[in-house]
Design a protein around this ligand. Structure first.
Ligand code: ARG
Length: 463
């Protein structure tokens, strides 16, 4: 075989530094199985269309399968001289089928080939991520269920606002990860398009059958425009957008777990097996997993920005710049998968200090709104009731006590409408139970949200 499949018009060999600089094999060797599957489908299609004889097609397919096994077993040596995975596979194929290997590339270009490989890769990885997210959602739901009666303060501006169920708090993350799953599914629709047949950019003169190749590779759509087929990286940007949003959700839950495990909060304790220590301070137990996940969210957003910047202003059709799409894409895929995986493992090992949480929910006047609502229930206009409750808070602050710790006489001094039943009204449990608006934190609401989530997960698992 000639040294390079494109060197016919060249009169001197490629400089070694250029080979090193332009090579993508370190990255795209990861795509070998997809490259081989794509080539097998292409070859079968050429056979079906009479562009190759069926004997030729059979021999090439058999050879490609052998190459796949050899790479799998680590028998193939990768070299910059052969630039990328496409050329490695073809070069190795020639060892098995000789000059016949040179017919495989008929009606195809590396431009549609790399677009195909990337789509096959991303389709597979996106399905894995969707399944992993389903598992994470299952873990969150069972965490919520296990702590169905734990109460903690809900915050706004990081100030204690109103008590909520811990289950409600976690189910908020369930919602986020459910939307992430949806976003990945929607991205999948646009990943699932076959670019083969575009060749370099203009299509091919051979009488190919793209529908047949698409069927073999399980694509539901074929690119409508050959120039778009080789230039489109929207599907990567879309995937990275979904990945970035998902990582932002991870960064938010991670931030909370870090804060909650501080001595200042002591809301939770992460199991020893999922925390690490300090080499200097013997007392330390650090929440490294949520911290790292929080940090990795920055990486994935960086991957997204890389792709946006890479694609911005690129003229049609293929440009070698586009080779730079794979490192950020693969980095994001691996990072997202590893974060989902570690969270699935860590969450069940979080110990909840329910008393500390409950106590926090009882201090800081989280029931002031409900004192006002109580007065409204007895005929006072809300604005007036708000003022009354505010004065009661100021009075209690002065005594360093809580509203529910004031005597009935003290409370009555703010309004004669207040009766003994106020104490029941002001308990955290009652506060929670009254918030029955759809999506609110009332016990029944949260348990029906949990049931709904379980049904949703079961349904999605069947898909
Ligand atoms: N290695 C290239 C990439 O990843 C694929 C081959 C591109 N085609 C070319 N004519 N160099 O984008």
């Amino acid at each position: 075989m000639a040294d390079k499949p494109w060197d016919g018009r060249f009169s001197e060999p490629t400089d070694k530094a250029v080979e090193r600089f332009t090579s993508s094999i370190d990255i795209d060797k990861r795509l070998y199985q997809h490259d081989i599957n794509g080539s097998i489908a292409h070859c079968r299609m050429l056979g079906k269309c009479g562009i190759l004889t069926s004997d030729e097609a059979d021999a090439i397919v058999e050879g490609l399968e052998k190459v796949g096994e050899e790479i799998e077993q680590g028998k193939l040596e990768f070299t910059d001289r052969l630039e990328d995975i496409h050329m490695h596979v073809e070069d190795r194929l020639s060892v098995h089928v000789g000059d016949l290997a040179r017919k495989l590339h008929t009606g195809r270009s590396r431009n549609d080939q790399i677009a195909l490989d990337t789509r096959l890769y991303l389709r597979e990885e996106t399905v894995k991520i969707i399944n992993a997210l389903l598992e994470l959602r299952r873990v969150i739901v069972s965490f919520a269920e296990k702590h169905s009666d734990v109460i903690l303060p809900g915050y706004t501006h990081m100030q204690r606002a109103q008590p909520v169920l811990l289950a409600h708090h976690f189910m908020a993350y369930y919602e986020m990860f459910a939307r992430d799953t949806q976003r990945f599914r929607e991205a999948l629709e646009r990943i699932d398009v076959m670019p083969l047949g575009a060749a370099a950019l203009a299509g091919t003169t051979y009488p190919i059958d793209q529908a047949y190749a698409a069927e073999l590779l399980g694509f539901s759509k074929i690119s409508d425009n050959s120039m778009d087929a080789v230039s489109d990286r929207d599907f990567i940007m879309e995937f990275l957008s979904a990945a970035s949003i998902c990582m932002i959700h991870f960064s938010r839950i991670s931030e909370e777990l870090v804060i909650w495990s501080s001595s200042e909060f002591r809301f939770i304790e992460i199991a020893d097996a999922f925390a690490t220590g300090s080499s200097i301070m013997p007392q330390k137990k650090n929440p490294d997993i949520p911290e790292l996940v929080r940090g990795k969210s920055g990486r994935v957003i960086g991957d997204l920005v890389s792709l946006f910047t890479l694609m911005k202003s690129l003229p049609l059709a293929y440009n070698r710049d586009m080779q730079e799409d794979k490192p950020p894409l693969m980095d994001a895929v691996e990072t997202v998968k590893s974060c989902i995986d570690i969270y699935c493992r860590m969450l069940p090992h979080i110990r909840v200090n329910r008393n500390v949480m409950a106590d926090a929910a009882q201090r800081g006047y989280l029931n002031a709104t409900d004192l006002a609502d109580y007065l409204v229930g007895r005929g006072m206009p809300f604005r007036e009731a708000h003022g009354c409750a505010g004065r009661a808070v100021t009075y209690a602050l002065g005594k360093n006590s809580e509203l529910h710790e004031l005597t009935l006489d003290e409370l009555k001094s703010f309004s004669s409408l207040i009766e003994n039943d106020i104490y029941l009204t002001l308990s955290s449990k009652a506060l929670i139970d009254r918030r029955r608006s759809y999506g609110g934190t009332a016990y029944e609401n949260v348990s029906s949200q949990i049931e709904k989530a379980k049904r949703q997960i079961a349904q999605e698992m069947e898909r």
